[in-house]
Design a binder for this molecule. Structure first.
Ligand SMILES: [Zn+2]
Length: 287
């Protein structure tokens, strides 16, 4: 247990290459009864049969919930890490594009310097053949202009080199984080795959039976069941009366209402939480 908590909480440290097994923590939830099949059309079912059908569906769905609990935060942790890895890859690729642009700029400024140097040589040669002072001065101006071009380009190149070095540093840092996260992701994925692998057979069996149990329940009731289940934190839509109280919200149930629940002549919901109420002895009908 202790290793589980440490590997899940710490992000910076590389997690040990341990793949946890479900059986390290808990037993894999299993279906412990045979699904009771309704031997008539669901529209003709008595309220007792409807309550039993809902009750057994709840038992199966709760087992499926238990399996999801075993997987715990792993699916979310894997998804988070996948997002982080994708984000880092985008960041690296953006930095690399920017670095490439800077390198192109450097090359283009180097070409400017080369061209200006050639031009200066040409003007200097022309100065040897000038006819008057004005022509000489005019060539001097051209030369000065090209010299300024060279200075400006050199300054830009310096700036671009420094920017490029910064990009390279950012890329290296992001790459390092990326490598770490990819390691984390692999560990978490292996762990999740192993849990899914171990529970797959039971889950498939449960889902199959959940579907069978659902097929025996009329649409309007099934919809109500699913709505209540979705709204309940513990996934319970059908609960037994326990110690005179609703097994879902623990509010007291008056004796007359408890009697009605025991008789199974009506489908009764908790007036506090809306869950469908059954009496605990309904379980015996599944045996
Ligand atoms: Zn309740």
């Amino acid at each position: 247990m202790a290793t589980k908590t440490t590997t899940r909480r710490k992000k910076k440290e590389a997690p040990p290459p341990v793949v946890h097994k479900t059986s390290d923590y808990t037993e894999i939830p299993k279906l412990t009864f045979e699904v009771k099949v309704l031997k008539k059309d669901k529209k003709d079912a008595t309220n007792e049969e409807k309550l039993l059908a809902l009750y057994q569906l709840q038992l199966i769905d709760s087992k499926i919930d238990e399996i999801k609990t075993i997987r715990g935060e792993l699916p979310m942790e894997v998804a988070d890490l996948e997002d982080e890895v994708a984000g880092l890859q985008t960041r690296i690729s953006n930095h690399a594009d920017e670095a490439k642009e800077l390198q192109d700029e450097i090359a283009s400024k180097k070409q400017v310097i080369k061209d200006a140097t050639t031009a200066i040589k040409k003007y200097q040669a022309q100065q040897n053949n000038v006819k008057n002072n004005r022509e000489f001065e005019s060539l001097n101006k051209e030369i000065e202009y090209q010299q300024l071009e060279i200075q400006l380009s050199e300054k830009k190149i310096k700036q671009y080199i420094s920017d490029n070095n910064q990009k390279v540093e950012l890329i290296e840092a992001a790459q390092e984080t990326l490598n770490e996260r990819m390691g984390d992701l692999k560990t978490k994925k292996d762990e999740l795959d192993s849990v899914i692998d171990e529970t797959r057979k039971e889950e498939e069996h449960l889902v199959e039976n959940s579907e069978r149990a659902e097929s025996m329940i009329e649409d309007y009731l099934l919809k109500a069941y699913k709505r209540i289940r979705d709204n309940a934190l513990n996934g319970l839509a059908v609960v037994a009366v326990e110690r005179d109280a609703c097994g879902g919200c623990f509010n007291k149930i008056p004796p007359q209402r408890q009697l009605d629940i025991r008789q199974r002549k009506k489908i009764i919901v908790c007036e506090h939480c809306g869950r469908i109420l059954v009496d605990p002895t309904i379980e015996e009908l599944l045996k």
